[in-house]
Design a protein around this ligand. Structure first.
Ligand SMILES: Nc1ncnc2c1ncn2[C@@H]1O[C@H](COP(=O)(O)OP(=O)(O)O)[C@@H](O)[C@H]1O
Ligand SMILES: [Mg+2]
Length: 171
């Protein structure tokens, strides 16, 4: 999957369950989560939304994988949903290495790493967040990131499509 593929692809909207998607992502990352003894705290009072299941799973995998990489031993990830009647906000935060203010604005650019020496430890190809942003755009969702060096990072995604009935339409 790449940016071009996302731009030209048809996306399939259906009713999806975040809880299931997050379970799948945890399963994919289970080895690192186990090795780093990462604690994942979940608060998911709302889990249903209209969206493309595969794309949303890639989105959440990208963000949770970044969180896992940013964490040292015994770190924590918190996954929450909240919001009013017409919106659902998904929040994924970690208490890992964080980023400086100046870096935060650049990480959404394709192929950007905070620094080369760090990216060697951290791994990854630098495309994750650019793709994540595109997946959000395709869902008319807003992605916001906040971060503090040595304190942690929070990604919040605001969805407003949950009441729309757009089953299996092409957009
Ligand atoms: N949760 C996070 N904590 C600290 N740094 C992060 C986090 N998420 C992303 N970053 C920084 O943003 C950069 C870009 O992330 P991303 O686009 O997902 O690429 P990749 O994961 O392939 O490096 C990362 O290399 C990292 O420096
Ligand atoms: Mg990544």
């Amino acid at each position: 999957m790449d940016l071009a593929c996302l731009n030209h692809g048809n996306i399939q909207f259906q009713t999806i369950d975040f809880e299931k998607i997050i379970e799948n992502v945890e399963q994919t990352l289970r080895q690192d989560i186990h090795e780093k003894k990462i604690q994942i705290k979940k608060g998911l009072p709302r889990t249903e939304l209209q969206g493309d299941k595969d794309l949303l799973e890639s989105l959440i995998l990208n963000i949770m994988e970044n969180a896992v990489r940013a964490l040292a031993l015994d770190g924590k990830i918190e996954v929450k949903t909240y919001g009013g009647e017409k919106e659902l906000i998904l929040s994924i935060s970690d208490n890992g290495m964080g980023m400086k203010e100046g870096e935060l604005g650049k990480v959404l650019e394709p192929f950007y790493w905070v620094d080369k020496s760090r990216s060697r430890v951290y791994g990854g190809a630098g495309l994750g967040l650019a793709l994540s942003k595109q997946i959000c755009d395709l869902h008319h969702a807003e992605m916001n990131m906040s971060s503090k060096l040595e304190m942690g990072t929070k990604v919040e995604i605001k969805f407003t499509t949950l009441l729309q009935s757009v089953d299996n339409s092409e957009i």
